[in-house]
Design a protein around this ligand. Sequence first.
Ligand code: C5P
Length: 236
Amino acid sequence: MKINRPIIALDFPDREHAVRFLDRFPQDEHLFVKIGMEMYYGEGQDFVREVIARGHDVFLDLKLHDIPHTVHAAARVLGKLGVQLTTVHAAGGQEMMAAAKEGLLDGAAGQRIPQVLAITQLTSTSEEQMHREQLIQASLQESVLNYARVAQQAGMDGVVCSAHEAAAIAAATAPDFMRVTPGIRLAGGAVGDQKRVMTPDQAAANQSSAIVVGRAITQADDPVAAYRLVKKLWEE
Ligand code: C5P
């Protein structure tokens, strides 16, 4: 399953900046935006509801990781919001991931049930660090693939991963298991703190199911034009 619209990472310091960004788009443009910890902790559920009320789809990226009972309770709260996508850490285990799914289902109470993506190894984790701190002796790629399989068995809808890993994950999991990939840049754009980047068309060729694009759109001189360009490259 491919999500046709690029998902815009709404990484802003506060509601005012985020709304100013959204206001640049035509009112009837249905965007898919990612709300992360910074905006959620700062502006809370009211902001999520406001974005949905504006007609946008929301990927609420809070990366839950706790004991299954606590994650179930937290996911039940999030299930009521009407978001499309959420995230949990695969490192929390299959029981925890399944509890998240159940909690979302309970919370949604017949409304739209959010899909859940698993975080495998954070892209900020190096192989050396994984060996040293997690005592995982496999390669980073093997660990990512293992977590993807474990997440699929737990009933997750996909993983967040680097576009560089998408094809390998596609080969190791079912066709409808999603590969949602950040770290996207336009050719010639600033790389910033991302270490391994791909353009939207390269990500599509490498079997990403959806792309998450932040600064290449939000920090562009003309964000709407940048969005249209990313969308065109991704769709083609
Ligand atoms: O600005 P940029 O396009 O790099 O933003 C990417 C977004 O995706 C940010 O919200 C970042 O936190 C998120 N992300 C990431 N790498 C991951 C997981 C999430 O860049 N592995």
